[in-house]
Design a protein around this ligand. Sequence first.
Ligand SMILES: Nc1ncnc2c1ncn2[C@@H]1O[C@H](COP(=O)(O)OP(=O)(O)OP(=O)(O)O)[C@@H](O)[C@H]1O
Ligand SMILES: [Mg+2]
Length: 243
Amino acid sequence: MIRICDLHKSYNGQPILKGINLEIAPHELTVIIGPSGTGKSTLLRCLNGLEVFDDGEVFIADIHLKQDKEFHEKIRQIRTRVGMVFQSFHLFPHLTVLENIVRAPIIVKKMERKAAENMARELLYKVGLISHVSHYPSQLSGGQQQRAAIARALAMSPQIMLYDEPTSSLDPGLVDEVLTVMKKLHNEGMTQLVVTHHMQFARDAADKIAYIEDGKVLETSSPQKMFSTPSDERTKKFLKRFI
Ligand SMILES: Nc1ncnc2c1ncn2[C@@H]1O[C@H](COP(=O)(O)OP(=O)(O)OP(=O)(O)O)[C@@H](O)[C@H]1O
Ligand SMILES: [Mg+2]
C-alpha cells in the first residue's frame, strides 16, 4: 500500500531524510518511533505532499510519486486518497463539527449536501461524537477534537490514514479514546501509519514498528521483537528510556 524507496530530503542544505526505505502492507497498522528531530514528521509530510522531497520514490495508494512533471497533479490525487491527522487537530474553529466534516466531500468530491451530512453523522457515530454534531471545536475537549479530526479525514474515504503524534497534545485521560478509534479502524482493515511517542500503543496495537534515527530507518520489526530483542544498539538505547 505504501513503498518508500531511498527517500532523501534536505532543509537549507542540511540532510534530514538520508535514504528512507519502508514498506507498508494493506490493512497494516505501522508505528514509527524515534528520537525528536530525526525526520519522522518530515517523512509523513513527504508522503502527502506537504513537503517536496529531493530524491527517491514513493508508491502510495496506487500512485507513483517521484520528481517528474506530474508531481503536483499526483499530490492532488494523493490528498483525495490519503487522510492526515495532526498533533494539533487543525479543525476549522468557525465551523461546527458537522460542517468541518462535510466541507471537503462537498467541495472536492462534489457530494450532495444531504449525502455528505448522512455520511458525517455515521462517522461521528463511529468516533463517539454523535451528540456533538452542532458544537464548535472550542466547545470540545482535546480528545473530542482529535476524534472529530479523524472523522473529517475519514470523510474523504481514504485508503490510508497518516497520523503525526495524534495523542501528544492530549491530557493523559483523553489519550485512550483516540487510540481506541485507531484500533477500531485497524479492525475494519484501514491501512494506518502512525508517528507516536506512545510506546504502550506501539506495543499493543502495531503490526509493525519502524525505528527512525538520524534520517534513516534503522530497524523494522514486530512489537514483540522490537521491545524484547531489538537488533540495533541505537534502538536498544532509545527503548531503554521507556522500560
Ligand atoms: N520547514 C523546515 N525548515 C527547516 N528545517 C526543518 C523544517 N522542518 C523540520 N526541519 C528540521 O528537520 C529536522 C527533522 O524535523 P522533524 O519535524 O521531521 O522531526 P521529528 O522526528 O518529527 O521530531 P519530533 O519527534 O520532535 O516531532 C529537525 O532538525 C528540524 O529542525
Ligand atoms: Mg514530529
